[in-house]
Design a protein around this ligand. Structure first.
Ligand code: PAF
Length: 281
């Protein structure tokens, strides 16, 4: 596996592949790679002849009181994992490469509607940072196919909308959520949890499953959401939301609408904020 940090080399390598008629797959990450990321790389490998993974802890998607400074940076370990999973190229740019005018002066994208609700409402500016960095990465890597994880379902919708509106000539593929044996969705932030919190964390997924069952039994959306919030509070979480939404655009479903729905939750355990979701169909 080759590791590059500059644009000129990245472009030369990808151009050479393309001249050979090879299809290029891409997985964008912030590093601290785990089985969830590796499953996306394996999926990209099935869709393409060459796989590029980026590792960049993007400052513009973190709010002022969020975990940018302590976000785990494990490049050496990540590189070994990428080699094991047959990644062809690691793009690990500096902040200067990604934001040549400084990240406070960057051209910024905003994805309305689907980017404004839930995570967008609780983490103001988060999706502007995500949309901006993903658009830059698409322009730099120029992949044929990009794979994003369904754990960040809203991010996936934001990325799809931005790729469509900005006419990036690529396909977006969604990779399924990878869970620990006890149901906890894999996330780099799980490593912040102490043993006590880690033991409680699977309740997030259990609550999503309970929401699906409860809605299927005929309970009203608002009642399910309220009960799910209380259930999480009883388990020691501080929920930001526990909601049922339409999966395609995260709109609040109309009364009687019962297909194409999903449950989404975001909640803190101590200082650690976790998100998860579950499709109903
Ligand atoms: O999902 C992530 O790790 C990040 O939001 C992404 C897509 C790499 C953009 O920084």
């Amino acid at each position: 596996m080759r590791t590059v940090g500059d644009l000129r080399t990245l472009r030369a390598v990808v151009r050479a592949w393309r001249q050979e008629g090879l299809r290029v797959g891409f997985v964008a990450t912030m590093g601290n790679l785990h089985a969830g990321h590796f499953s996306l790389i394996e999926l990209a490998r099935k869709q393409a002849d060459r796989v590029v993974t980026s590792i960049f802890v993007n400052p513009t998607q973190f709010g002022p009181n969020e975990d940018f400074a302590r976000y785990p940076r494990t490049l050496a370990e990540d590189s070994l994992g990428l080699v094991e999973h047959n990644c062809d190229l690691l793009f690990a740019p500096s902040v200067e490469v990604m934001y040549p005018h400084g990240h406070d002066h960057a051209v910024t994208l905003h994805v309305p509607e689907v980017g404004d609700t839930l995570e967008g409402a609780h983490r103001p500016g988060h999706f502007d940072g995500v949309a901006t960095v993903v658009a830059k990465l698409f322009a730099m890597v120029a992949p044929d196919v990009a794979v994003f994880g369904q754990k960040d379902w809203q991010q996936l919708l934001v990325v799809r909308r931005l790729a469509q509106e900005l006419a990036f000539p690529l396909e977006i593929v969604a990779g399924p959520i990878v869970r620990e044996d006890d149901g906890l969705a894999m996330s780099s932030r799980n490593r912040y949890l102490d043993a006590h919190q880690r033991a409680r964390a699977p309740e997030l997924h259990a609550t999503l499953e309970w929401m699906r069952e409860s809605f299927a039994e005929g309970h009203a959306r608002a009642a399910v959401e309220g009960a799910a919030t209380r259930r999480l509070e009883r388990a020691g979480f501080r929920p930001d939301y526990a909601v049922l939404r339409r999966a395609t655009d995260l709109a609040v479903p109309a009364g009687g609408e019962c297909t194409g729905l999903m449950a989404l939750v975001a909640a803190r355990l101590g200082e650690t904020r976790l998100i998860d979701n579950l499709a109903f169909d």
